[in-house]
Design a protein. Structure first.
Length: 323
């Protein structure tokens, strides 16, 4: 990555673009920079989950402190500098905003350098996944089956499972992605993104901004929404009280069409203005996506405690809306 950054810096004439990217200047630019920095720190924060998997082999506390010093602040600063040079340099060259190192790699004109850069990306990807996604399940397997598995055998099992489930096919399958995102989109509450393709979040965003709530489709698809606090209670109840091998639907059984949802959000948060454009839905879009919660009600006594209207208000208030 450092070599690619040097190459980009030379191609950019020894200078990088510091401001004006995506038209951002002043406070807006710095807000975006700090948001990116916070995301960078949060990504590193996930590795805390793997901390004990590596420190268990440390010879002393001093070695742990030393490793953390070089591995966290120094490593973050070095990679941060590389990202700044690559992004600013590429924008200086042709006005392109890069989203990943591969965007630069594919533009390298020299075949040898292109091959070396691809190998570097491959090695980096393997190294990161070994630390974040491989070592932890290996230790988990050795703890679950200590009589049968040592670290090496568990590593083979973990790697084999990773190949058998073919994760690249899952993420290349639009149906899997749709239902995964559909599950996320069936929730309301804090941390719900208002800017990605979730109808409820988009409606709340537009109503908060005083804009008309727009439904691109015919608005006839039926969905339901469970507040995040209820989700937490339900999951804990299943974990603590459910019988082994029990299966439950988790969600709200209060169905509402997308058009009705737009009207309700507009009425609760804005001036009531909404419009249904009536464009055809995509072919994969199921007409009704509402779970039956009869089993979880009868067996665990769980019911929603936050209704849809209150869930919409709380989600909006978390994002700065005031009544």
């Amino acid at each position: 990555m450092a070599a690619i950054a040097v190459w980009v810096f030379i191609e950019a004439g020894g200078a990088i673009q510091w401001s004006g990217i995506k038209g951002l200047e002043g406070a807006d630019m710095w807000l975006t920079i700090f948001a990116g920095g916070a995301l960078w720190v949060s990504i590193y924060g996930t590795f805390v989950l793997n901390f004990c998997d590596f420190t268990r082999s440390s010879v002393s506390k001093k070695s742990i402190v030393k490793g953390n010093f070089w591995g966290i602040p120094i490593n973050m600063l070095v990679f941060g500098a590389i990202v700044v040079v690559m992004a600013g340099g590429q924008y200086k060259i042709n006005g392109t905003v890069i989203q990943s190192p591969s965007d630069i790699v594919q533009s390298i004109p020299n075949t040898l350098l292109l091959v070396l850069a691809c190998l570097a990306l491959l090695i980096l990807t393997i190294a990161v996944n070994l630390m974040a996604n491989f070592v932890a399940p290996v230790y988990a397997l050795t703890n679950l089956f200590p009589r049968h598995l040592n670290f090496r055998k568990a590593a083979w099992v973990s790697g084999t499972i990773g190949l058998v489930i073919l994760p690249w096919n899952l993420y290349n399958n639009p149906i899997v992605i749709v239902y995964f995102l559909g599950g996320l989109g069936a929730l309301l509450g804090p941390l719900l993104s208002l800017d990605i393709h979730f109808a409820a979040g988009n409606f709340i965003r537009d109503a908060m901004a005083g804009q008309k709530v727009i439904v691109q489709s015919a608005g006839t698809a039926v969905r339901s929404y469970l507040y995040a606090a209820d989700l937490t209670v339900w999951l804990w109840a299943i974990f603590l009280r459910a019988a082994p091998n029990s299966v439950y639907n988790v969600g709200s059984d209060e169905g509402i069409s997308v058009g009705q949802l737009a009207e309700r959000v507009a009425t609760l948060l804005g001036d009531g203005g909404f419009e249904v454009l009536g464009k055809p839905d995509a072919g994969w879009n199921p007409g009704r996506y509402v779970p039956s919660t009869a089993k979880i009600r009868n067996e665990l006594g769980l019911r929603t405690s936050v209704g849809l209207d209150e869930a919409i208000r709380r989600t909006a208030m978390w994002n700065g809306w005031r009544q």
